[in-house]
Write a protein that binds this ligand. Structure first.
Ligand SMILES: Cc1cc2nc3c(=O)[nH]c(=O)nc-3n(C[C@H](O)[C@H](O)[C@H](O)COP(=O)(O)OP(=O)(O)OC[C@H]3O[C@@H](n4cnc5c(N)ncnc54)[C@H](O)[C@@H]3O)c2cc1C
Length: 428
């Protein structure tokens, strides 16, 4: 990188923006990263709080299917920077990774801070300049990028720019979605943001909520219309959340778009067929209460028993004497969901800049030389490492395309550490 190298501006210092910055710097561009917060990667850091799930070992087709309607648009970027490339890159930054039992990939330390620290050091060594407390607010009449800073307005003219401003959840960490107004004013089509990987309200009876809030519902199958997932859910005072609910989010939101409530159906013993469960429940009950019988013969935890009871009285004869009806109830408990929990606390957001705005190179058709990456694009995915994988992969794709636009050759791969600045031109 020399002082005469072309200037690339990256706005947003999350995983997508920083990945674009690394590619551009390795290609030889001068890179300036502008970030509105006082420190970079705040959402990445919070993602590491419950264990940083970097990516997943799903085979490619299953992996891509997690992106639902956006799978086709995301596929080239994810194939060009697949989970293996992401894990090699993280290992290159000194992170030891492991694959959890569900195929999810985590750093051994579980947190994001060691990875981010090593990454920022590498970016600094590559000459990337990080300018904090810079909030992008639009363009000057001449087309330079305009920022609000504590010292007053700042203008930056760049030959190429990558925007990686994030979605709209956890706005206090930086991604507040305010960019939508700036791009909408340019005529860009944007799908409004909604909460993804979020819980939904349920009007629980007070005593149920008081007793079971915070209780996991393990190994259940949950269906919404034709969509069905196996996994875990978590009872919340306001409703229900957790992996299985997040995975069903798109189906639940589609129902909620048509009416005020959505119905899901829970199978509390998905590992047993109806007949096998009925057979177990037909075992002599003796003097045991129905609840104890459901626990001993049906293997149901207290929360599952309470949920089955909440579904209302059984029709016909006493269910205790009708193992088939009892088994049918346990395997098909209806639950009515209301609105999603607020977007502000959702793990991610659905919606964003529509794919029709972009070329396959993540360059916007309206503003040549401007590339987009990360959660600000119109895609969503369940938890499991798919979110970060797509952010890193689109960041890499946008960075590569921006480098080419500047006439530079992007790096072949990111597995090995870059050449240090010692081998580069330090001309002032
Ligand atoms: C609690 C929680 C746990 C999560 N856990 C995981 C997980 O384990 N695995 C996983 O795959 N995903 C996880 N995620 C999701 C993941 O963190 C995000 O999908 C990812 O950080 C999005 O990356 P991004 O670079 O697109 O945007 P962000 O990380 O949101 O970065 C965007 C950046 O742009 C900056 N910015 C915004 N507007 C402006 C502006 N006008 N001017 C200048 N800068 C601006 C923001 O301050 C921010 O730093 C989790 C999220 C949360 C909230």
């Amino acid at each position: 990188m020399t002082s005469s190298a072309p200037l690339a501006l990256v706005i947003g210092a999350g995983p997508a923006g920083l990945m674009a910055a690394e590619i551009l710097a390795r290609a030889g561009a001068r890179v300036l990263v502008a970030e509105r917060m006082a420190s970079p990667g705040r959402k990445l850091l919070i993602a590491g709080r419950g264990g940083l799930n970097l990516t997943h070992t799903d085979p490619e087709e299953r992996f891509l299917s997690r992106y639902g309607a956006a799978a086709k648009a995301l596929a080239p970027a994810v194939r060009a920077f697949p989970p293996e490339a992401l894990t090699e890159w993280a290992e290159g930054l000194g992170q030891k990774l492991f694959v959890g039992s569900s195929g999810r990939v985590f750093p051994e330390e579980m947190k994001a801070s060691p990875l981010l620290r090593a990454w920022l050091k590498r970016l600094g060594d590559l000459g990337v300049e990080l300018r904090l407390r810079r909030r992008w607010t639009g363009w000057t009449p001449e087309g330079a990028w305009l920022f609000e800073t504590p010292e007053g307005p700042e203008e930056i003219a760049a030959e190429a720019a990558v925007l990686a401003l994030g979605g709209a959840s956890w706005p206090h960490l930086g991604p507040d979605g305010a960019w939508t107004e700036l791009l909408a004013a340019k005529g860009a089509a944007i799908t409004p943001f909604s909460a993804a990987n979020s819980g939904f309200h349920v009007a629980w009876p007070e005593d149920f909520a008081a007793r079971f809030a915070g209780t996991p519902l393990k190994r259940v199958a949950i269906a919404c219309g034709a969509a069905r997932v196996m996994g875990e859910a978590m009872i919340d005072r306001r409703g229900i959340e957790g992996g299985a609910i997040y995975a069903l989010g798109p189906a639940i939101r589609a129902e909620l778009a048509l009416r005020e409530t959505a119905e899901i159906r829970l199978d509390l013993r998905p590992d047993l067929s109806l007949g096998a469960l009925a057979e177990r429940l037909a075992a002599p009950r003796g003097k045991r209460s129905l609840s104890t019988h459901l626990e001993k013969a049906g293997g149901l935890a207290p929360v599952a028993r309470a949920l089955a009871r909440l579904a209302g009285p059984f029709e016909g004869e006493d269910p205790a004497n009708n193992p088939k009806a009892l088994a049918a109830r346990i395997k098909d408990v209806p639950l009515t969901l209301g609105a999603a929990f607020p977007l502000e606390r959702a793990i991610s957001s659905a919606g964003g800049l529509r794919w029709s705005e972009l070329t396959p190179d993540f360059e916007t058709r309206r503003l040549p030389g401007v590339f987009f990456a990360g959660e600000m694009l119109d895609w969503e995915a369940p938890t499991g490492g798919y979110l970060l994988q797509a952010c890193f992969a689109t960041g890499a794709a946008a960075g590569r395309a921006a480098a080419k636009r500047l006439g530079l050759t992007p790096p072949e791969d990111l597995a090995s550490p870059p050449n240090s600045l010692d081998s580069q031109d330090h001309a002032p």
